[in-house]
Structure formats: structure tokens, C-alpha cells
Design a protein around this ligand. Structure first.
Ligand SMILES: [Zn+2]
Length: 239
């Protein structure tokens, strides 16, 4: 009697695994009941948060999670289209933008993600949990969650004034070693990224680090405005 039950448990786990994987890789539509609730975000209710574009007038913004062009293949930001950051982080971004202007006046910073409400983090985690992509998304159940949840992290790239992103070797949110910054000489040597990709990454990193941001080892696009401990001490998580 145990064999059929075990068989069906196994079959069910395979079905669950495959459907979860499909949501990540192919972006299959989910059944009606499982659709993400678009996040609405009342910035005025979160103290210390500012629209970064008001502090950095040259900033270009294209929030990828407010489109279907992201690894979730769905809009989880609803009508949240602006790059909200802690006031300190926005001030640092202004420094980075000013420095970039001195290095190449034709270039702009293009933000892909800024403050991310914790409930969106929960949705992201549900999609990647138990898949090979799990390591690329912060678990909202941990003490820190993602630094994005505090408005202290920004995902961004360099772009031309008309919004065309410069090549960086991988797209934003590429889940793989090619997106990492600690082995770039090897990536170049192995032909995984080009010399131009690397030069673009280095320029982005140079201006962000000079402004006080901390880069992340496995994502060329991600920068924190402070360490995890400092972030938790200074800011409140945005629910
Ligand atoms: Zn990020």
C-alpha cells in the first residue's frame, strides 16, 4: 500500500519543482489565483525616503520589476515607477553622477531597482526558493532581508543620455558567474566578457565607490549605501 502513495508524493514533488522552475526560466503564466499582487508604495509614509530623481536630476530610471522584463517575467511593482532611496543614499548617488559627468559628460546613471518593499521580496523568494537561483535573492525571512528593503541599495548601469544601456558583459539580473566582479580578469581572459564590457563596469564601479557605495561580489549592477549592520541600525524596513 505504501508504494502508490510514495509514487504520487514523488510525482507531485516533480510537478511542483518543474512548475517553479518554469516560472523562473520560461515565465509561464501562473493560474489566476497565484498572480502577484502588484505592490503599491506610499513613499510619503516612509520617513527619510526621497525620489532620487529630485536629488539627481540627470538620473535615468527604468525599474525592471515594474515591467515584465525581469526574471519573474511579471510586474511585481504595480504602479511604482520611481527610484526611491534613503536621503543619504540619494545624496551619494548625486556625488556619483557628478563624478561621472567629469569622466564622460555623455553618460548617465540608469537605475534598474531602488527601494523594494519587503512584500515584493517575499514574492521573489517564493519564485526562486529551492531552485538554483535561490542564492541570488535575499531571503526575506532573515534578520536583514535585502538592503533594497531599506532603500539603501541601488541596481544601476551606465547609459547614453537617450537611455541606451552600455554593454556590461551580462544583462541585469543575470544569474551566473559572468555577473560577478571578483574574477573579471579571468572572465576577460576566457572571453566571457569583452575589454569594453570590463572598462564600462570599472567606470561604473569607480564613480559609485568614490561616492561611498559598497559593491556586491556577484552582481556588477548592485551597490549598497552602507553595510548590513549599519543599514539595520540607521533605517527601518519598508513593508
Ligand atoms: Zn540589487
Amino acid at each position: 500500500m505504501r508504494t502508490p502513495a510514495a509514487f504520487w508524493m514523488k510525482a507531485l514533488s516533480i510537478i511542483l519543482f518543474v512548475s517553479t522552475g518554469a516560472a523562473v526560466v520560461a515565465g509561464d503564466k501562473e493560474p489566476e489565483g497565484k498572480q502577484a499582487t502588484p505592490a503599491t508604495f506610499d513613499a510619503a509614509a516612509v520617513s527619510g525616503i526621497v525620489d532620487a530623481a529630485t536629488v539627481v536630476p540627470s538620473l535615468l530610471v527604468d525599474l525592471k520589476y515594474a515591467t515584465t522584463d525581469n526574471f519573474l517575467k511579471r510586474n511585481v511593482y504595480g504602479d511604482l515607477k520611481k527610484c526611491y532611496l534613503q536621503k543619504d543614499a540619494a545624496g551619494m548617488l548625486k556625488k556619483a553622477a557628478d563624478l561621472l559627468k567629469t569622466r564622460d559628460p555623455a553618460l548617465r546613471l540608469l537605475a534598474y531597482d531602488c527601494a523594494r518593499p519587503r512584500r515584493v521580496q517575499v514574492q521573489m523568494w517564493e519564485v526562486v526558493k529551492g531552485t538554483p537561483q535561490q542564492g541570488y535573492v535575499a531571503n526575506p525571512g532573515t534578520k536583514t532581508g535585502s538592503i533594497h528593503n531599506y532603500g539603501c541599495a541601488v541596481d544601476l548601469t551606465l547609459a547614453t543620455a537617450d537611455g541606451k544601456a552600455l554593454p556590461m558583459g551580462t544583462p541585469f539580473d543575470h544569474f551566473g558567474p559572468e555577473a560577478g566582479i571578483s574574477q573579471e580578469a579571468k572572465l576577460l581572459e576566457d572571453g566571457k566578457i569583452s575589454a569594453q564590457d570590463l572598462a564600462n563596469r570599472l567606470l561604473l564601479r569607480e564613480v559609485m565607490v568614490a561616492a561611498g557605495f559598497l559593491p556586491l561580489a556577484h552582481e556588477w549592477w548592485h551597490f549598497n549605501c552602507a553595510t548590513s549592520a549599519e543599514t539595520r541600525k540607521r533605517y527601518k524596513m519598508i513593508e
